[in-house]
Design a binder for this molecule. Structure first.
Ligand SMILES: *[C@@H]1O[C@H](CO)[C@@H](O)[C@H](O)[C@H]1NC(C)=O
Ligand SMILES: *[C@@H]1O[C@H](CO)[C@@H](O)[C@H](O)[C@H]1NC(C)=O
Ligand SMILES: *[C@@H]1O[C@H](CO)[C@@H](O)[C@H](O)[C@H]1NC(C)=O
Ligand SMILES: *[C@@H]1O[C@H](CO)[C@@H](O)[C@H](O)[C@H]1NC(C)=O
Ligand SMILES: *[C@@H]1O[C@H](CO)[C@@H](O)[C@H](O)[C@H]1NC(C)=O
Ligand SMILES: *[C@@H]1O[C@H](CO)[C@@H](O)[C@H](O)[C@H]1NC(C)=O
Length: 610
């Protein structure tokens, strides 16, 4: 194992709330504020809360009563929301640029493939959300973790652009819950040794909110405030920061604030069928994992409780921010968005605590939106939204024309639009991609000490995946860099334990949507083929790229399954294949590439038509 790759991780490395009761007239008439003439309204404010590694599928939301009472019950929970890369830095860059990782080429936490230096080198410091919002007249504020490899050494090379006010957590202290370093505006980094990171962050967030509210009242300047606590990420301790010989670090369970350490003594990771199963599951390195011992499982339950405890300080921030907005009379003019950079697994498929996989636990994250016109207490299922839809969503909230390069589209924020998109089978796909390492966290995970073997660190965790959800199907299809494939039918197998692709009996006999599995697979492979290298509109409507003819109107799996297209899918569209595994986006390693001449036009291929 190369030490250079290791350094990838280093730099990286119930009170009931009373004030929120007003019923918005917008909600009743489905009058989106954007439909009002510009001069009739002030632009709405935006508060964006971004947690680190928070799951949707291990019940973390049920342990956040304030989040529930202030946001979920007064807003909409988008229950099929996916990240497009299950790792902090790439996911955050995609979120704040509206571009998939293969279009940012920020695919890792550290150079050469990722981290803050790569973000800067790729020019995104001048082309990303805070800059655009600022240009559109917003006051822009950020506190907390931005990207990995944004450090006490490089924070001013150059400074992050686009913010009216900022106060960032910096590496290598980002993940030290009681030894954080923050860096405010153009000031020098400041250590907060001994203080609890999330509480330090809370005070900074309230300070920015007060400033923003004042400017809103005095100068009618709308605001965007991002609050990005490190919870519930694992705590990371460094024994040595020796970059040359490889850092020694250890990931431990996250730490709670003193007032929360006693909570949830009986909580355990939900014992779903995929929890530490008797039979191995997945492919590649995952399939080789051993069943976890009782001690290991007990430790992982402790790790789980620590996550829930660490989230309590975040839950208080949600309550306090909402209360402050209500006090200022701005709660109903403000969109509050709550999400996480990626999901998390503990014990499912025998995995140690961590992320980086394509399983549902890792790619599905909470997305809760409260604001003018957004349905209250609504849970939206089966409408796929992704992190690259968030920048376009914020643009539409702020009334800014969408950028042509966006890979996503605005998330519907009203009853009418949600209903319309569901009815027309819009939003069925999420393209998911990953390059490079997977790292197991916690006591039984990654360890590396001088002179010892490295354990809990896997390279070649490179894959392309497709999550597809329609009225009659819920599928996950992936192709790995060693050319292993996975296909799960989540309607019948929600815990992803039966890989249909590798079971020869099932390949022959299994039916999906009334068709043989093999036929459906051809469609899925083609769709993923497009998604893995798409840009802009092609990412938004990949079926249209496969069927550019206006005679076809193919916009869903069901429509693509029409037998008229059998020959095209079976014989003409190339199959996805990798030539080798790489730790970053090296196109030459990734086999055939989609180009639009491959699209089917009328009865002919586009290339034959022109
Ligand atoms: C939120 O609270 C309601 C009412 O107490 C409860 O029914 C619901 O399950 C809670 N939601 C979550 C996500 O825990
Ligand atoms: C705490 O942070 C300071 C820098 O702010 C650093 O010098 C010190 O080594 C850190 N302590 C630990 C235990 O990592
Ligand atoms: C929330 O606000 C209350 C009342 O101002 C304050 O006592 C408490 O410390 C705040 N909590 C956090 C986590 O900021
Ligand atoms: C393949 O699927 C069949 C039917 O579900 C099952 O009985 C069999 O055990 C599976 N084989 C493998 C190798 O998983
Ligand atoms: C990773 O993939 C490369 C290239 O495909 C191969 O040479 C190498 O042996 C693989 N490493 C492991 C640990 O599987
Ligand atoms: C992505 O960045 C890496 C590292 O700089 C580079 O080697 C690779 O060619 C880039 N990929 C693309 C598609 O530009």
């Amino acid at each position: 194992m190369k030490l250079a790759t290791l350094s990838a991780f280093l730099a990286a490395t119930a009170t009931v709330f009373q004030t929120v009761s007003s019923i918005s007239v917008n909600a009743i008439f489905d009058q989106h504020p954007l439909q009002l003439p510009l001069h009739d309204r002030k632009k709405p404010n935006i508060v964006f809360i971004l947690t680190d590694d928070q799951d949707l599928h291990m019940s973390s939301l049920s342990y956040m009563p304030h989040l529930n009472s202030t946001l979920i019950q007064h807003g909409t929970l988008y229950n099929s929301h996916y990240v497009t890369t299950a790792l902090c830095c790439p996911s955050r860059v995609s979120l704040w640029t509206g571009l998939l990782a293969h279009n940012t080429n920020v695919t890792d936490v550290n150079p050469p493939y990722g981290g803050y230096p790569k973000f800067v080198q790729r020019g995104f410091n001048d082309k990303w959300l805070p800059v655009w919002l600022n240009d559109a007249g917003y006051g822009t504020y950020y506190t907390g973790k931005l990207f990995n490899a944004h450090t006490v050494d490089n924070y001013d090379e150059p400074h992050v652009k686009g913010f009216t006010g900022s106060d960032f957590l910096l590496d290598p202290y980002t993940y030290q819950y009681r030894n954080a370093t923050f860096q405010r505006n153009r000031e020098k980094p400041m250590s907060h040794k001994g203080q609890y990171s999330t509480d330090v962050l809370a005070a900074k967030a309230y300070g920015f909110l007060d400033e923003a509210v004042e400017r809103y009242e005095e100068e009618s300047e709308p605001f965007f405030l991002a609050i990005a606590p490190v919870a519930p990420h694992s705590n990371v301790e460094f024994n040595s920061l020796d970059i040359i010989n490889g850092p020694e670090f250890k990931t431990t369970a996250p730490l709670a604030a003193d007032r929360h350490t006693h909570l949830f003594p009986d909580a355990k990771v939900p014992r779903t069928p995929n929890f530490n199963p008797d039979t191995p599951s997945g492919v590649n390195w995952i399939k080789k994992l051993e069943k976890q011992s009782e001690n290991n499982v007990e430790y992982n339950d402790h790790f789980y409780r620590q996550r829930l405890r660490a989230l309590q300080a975040v839950d208080e921030i949600v309550l306090n921010v909402t209360a402050r907005l209500a006090e200022a009379g701005l709660l109903d003019d403000t969109y509050i968005i709550y999400t996480s950079d990626n999901g998390y697994h503990i014990g499912q498929h025998r995995l140690q605590p961590g992320k980086e996989c394509g399983f549902e636990e890792d790619i599905a994250v909470p997305l809760i939106i409260r604001g003018p016109g957004v349905p209250k207490g609504e849970v939206v299922d089966g409408l796929v939204t992704t992190h690259v839809d968030l920048a376009p969503t914020l643009f539409s909230i702020a009334g800014i024309p969408l950028r042509e390069e966006f890979d996503g589209t605005p998330i519907p924020l009203s009853y009418k639009r949600i209903k319309h998109q569901k009815k027309h089978g819009k939003r069925e796909h999420a393209g998911v991609e990953y390059w490079g390492f997977a790292l197991e966290e916690g006591e039984y995970g990654f360890s590396h000490h001088e002179g010892e073997d490295v354990k809990g660190y896997y390279t070649n965790n490179t894959y392309k995946a497709l999550r597809l959800v329609g009225e009659d199907y819920s599928l996950y299809y992936s192709v790995w860099c060693n050319n292993e494939h996975e296909l799960y039918d989540l309607d019948k197998d929600p815990y992803q334990l039966t890989n249909l692709y590798t079971n020869s009996t099932l390949i022959k006999d299994y039916e999906l949507l009334g068709y043989p599995l093999k036929k459906v697979l051809g469609r899925l492979d083609a769709l993923l083929f497009v998604l893995k290298s798409c840009t802009a509109e092609t990412c938004q409507s990949p079926w249209s790229a496969l069927h550019p003819s206006h005679h076809h109107h193919v916009s869903s799996l069901t429509e693509a399954l029409d037998e008229r297209f059998d020959e095209y899918y079976e014989e003409e569209v190339e199959k996805i294949r990798f030539d080798r595994c790489e730790q970053g986006y090296i196109v030459e390693a990734e086999g055939p590439q989609w180009d639009k001449s491959m699209g089917m036009r009328g009865g002919l291929r586009w290339s034959e038509w022109v």
